[in-house]
Write a protein that binds this ligand. Sequence first.
Ligand code: PMH
Length: 385
Amino acid sequence: MGEQIKIFRDTWAEINLDHISYNVESMKRHVSDGAIVIAVIKANGYGHGDAAVAEAALEAGASYLAVATLDEAMALRKKKIQAPILVMGASRPENAGDAAKENIALTVFQKDWLSNAKEYIRTGEELRIHLKFDTGMGRLGIRSRNELEGIESAAKRDGHFLIEGVFTHFATADSLDNHYFEQQLSRFEEMIGWMEEVPKYVHSSNSAAGLRFPKAHLNAVRMGISMYGLAPSMEMKPELPFPLKEAFSLHTKIVHVKKIHKGEKVSYGAAYEAKEDEWIATLPIGYADGWVRKLQGQEVLVEGFRVPIVGRICMDQCMIKLPYEKPVGTQVTLIGEQDGARIPVDEIARKLETINYEVTCMVSSRVPRIYKRDGLVIGGVNYLL
Ligand code: PMH
């Protein structure tokens, strides 16, 4: 960061790193004594950018990073991120040596995996592993005492592995009905009781459990969506223990403006027809940027006023209807704040009948990310260049 970023296009996502810091600091204060914050930065930091978010989170008090794949962890190492990293998804045993070499911890839940993996770890090197328990998510993990004992003893017998952690994942922590969450937590506690030795990190909480259930903090909380300032679910919003500050915003600039006459058409299918003389502006953002076709009709902000997207969204462009003429170069905000008005990520999620997680992730790598601190640009990434 700090270097000048080259962008040849007027569409960009802006990431407010002060908000990431604030969210992490708030969670750090909120978690139980002695528990660490693991910053979840998989999927390019939920679309915000992996390295920039990692640096901000570590500076604000997170002490561990988590990603989904070994490639994501390797990408962070390449960007000189030195903090401990856990790969939470499945990795190939053939890559155990690559992970050990880069001091990346892998998730393990099969005994066979261990016997295959040890062939790939050089003598003198040790792979840190976190055992994953399936307590009810039904995705990855050890389910029985038999499996656990087999894996734990195999890992301990072999000098290539260090069991650094054990974890599980909640399926319903963001739902106000706590029944299934309680069931999963009890099962996790029961399974930990089966271990010969409890490892250094015992973790179960995602953002929802981190925010709602101190008893599930154990000694690490995996903070994903709330770090980005977004609530894990709509129903949880009224009971957040501290306010969250959204970090993501999306902007573009008008590249063309024209007046069209009553009856004239706009975009593919000629499906939009002017009802009167109308000012139509073209924006250089489309579905290849993640601004998907279903967002037709969604409003955007121009000088703090809401105006609609009209006609079909194209691959690289879409059109909006203006109340009156605006010059080329006028900034348009698709997500975030402008002149006191605001389009939150959740509004886009609602329009798309999805969750906020999906919205920031879907803004494609064609859109550069710009990083701001104290309102000033301090760096950015253009994934194309
Ligand atoms: N831990 C694991 C194992 C996860 O899969 C996730 C998010 C988190 C922690 C962080 O959760 P949070 O963002 O709610 O804080 N995983 C996913 C997922 O697989 N789909 O959406 C979010």
